[in-house]
Ligand binder design. Sequence first.
Ligand code: GLC
Ligand code: CA
Length: 545
Amino acid sequence: MEKKWWHQSVVYQIYPKSFNDSNGDGIGDLQGITDKLDYLKELGIDVIWLSPVYQSPMKDNGYDISDYHDMAPEFGCMKNMEELISKAKDRNIKIIMDLVVNHTSDKHLWFKEAKKSKDSPYRDYYIWRSGGADGSPPNDLKSAFGGSAWEYDETTEQYYAHLFAKEQPDLNWENPKVRDEIHKMMNWWLDKGISGFRMDVIDLIGKEIDRKITTNGPHLHKYIKEMNEATFGKYDVLTVGETWSATPEIAKTYSNQDRQELSMIFQFEHITVDWDEVHSKWLPKDLDFIKLKKVLNKWQTKLGNEGWNALFWNNHDLPRVVSKRGNVQEYRVESAKMLATLLHFMKGTPYIYQGEEIGMTNVKFENLGDYDDIEIYGFYREKIKEGFTQKKIMEAIWENGRDNARTPMQWSEEKNAGFTEGSPWIKVNPNYKEINVAKALQDESSIFYHYQKLIKLRRQMEVIVYGSFNLICEESPNIFAYTRTLGKDRLLVINNFFEQRVNFILPKEIKYDTCKPIISNYSDASYLPDYMTLRPYESVVYLLT
Ligand code: GLC
Ligand code: CA
């Protein structure tokens, strides 16, 4: 496997609408991001993944793009974007853009034209079908946001396909003109100096809608290879695909260097371990910890040299990990650090989602009306019909709703957490006086400095980047421990995943001459005995030689 710069990098995801508002309109913006570059430099990250900033009616906060070549006016203009790229570059920070090309907005010029008539030159840019004899939709495919994946259009009396909201019509990837337009657009962005793409629901583009095949369709890899060849393959960039349906075998087809497709993918098996088979994240079960370990172990060991992992707990679609897997009552700081260590010492490229580095938590709005997310409302309508009680619905939203990740970044204890001078587009989490950046920066034992140290260590120790992974204490119902080995260096990573104290016994096969703790979440971590009692969420990493 050829070494790449992104093997050693840490990526920070920014959700622009919620990051930092520079002009008091209550909406985060590009200037606001530029203003915080020094903060990100201090944290030490190498790459920013920018969630969509393109022109958009914002039905899905920018994941519905109406012009790929211009910025959303609420975020700023192209000059702001160019300035962000160049000021980031001055600080050695690269920027990757969100590439949302499974669908466009219904306000995109292509769709507006396509709708006008069956003879429009843009008609075939989208997926149109006639309904059944009784006027019913072409088939029973469902949209991810609830209801049918088909919307009837009166003008031409046909249905168009949308796997997400009806305002997000799916592009017809079988049309070579569509692929060509997208390639041109990607090259246009690459020429502007960006360093890669995060590819939104990319596993859907090879679909065959009539056979109801959506993910991993027969044309998927052909299109990705073609894209690589026509665009980013000529640049030294990072590409990461969002692929909810990937298995390790599938991951290799994307990220094996010999195949010239993508750098890596986001897989979600460790996220969905507690989802319900029927109601998915809206009826979560208790965590099966052993299963979580098995899943992560599988991903760590199966790719070998034929692929590369993206490591993450959080993004803009997921609940805050410290609420989900940690303990926000008594051990917020300890558990946030433990989760960070556990992830950052695995093999792969780590991603940090804005606010994770200060341990931001889920939010609990009592009124449905305080939520904004299109998915939450789609879910609400659907589950009310299915007979869920109001209470059960609110509990599901509190646990897994996407707005948990989208409340404004908590910068300080000032009004609106220092996010805006005006009134924020979504309410700030009321715990901002306790949890904020200013406070974290003043406290050398904060979660922030723990992340900073993790990032520094990755730069200093090759074993963190390339060491082979080996899970230990596999059967332990409390401990998540593993080793990483490269040449003479071996890391021993021990995490108590729960609040209960638990004994750790060093497996006999692990032998060493010297042993040095390199990071921990209790200040008095000691030398490794053969037997030790781990305190609540205790996490410690040793270098064994
Ligand atoms: C991806 C995005 C999500 C969006 C969806 C449709 O899953 O991460 O935020 O709603 O695609 O674009
Ligand atoms: Ca603004």
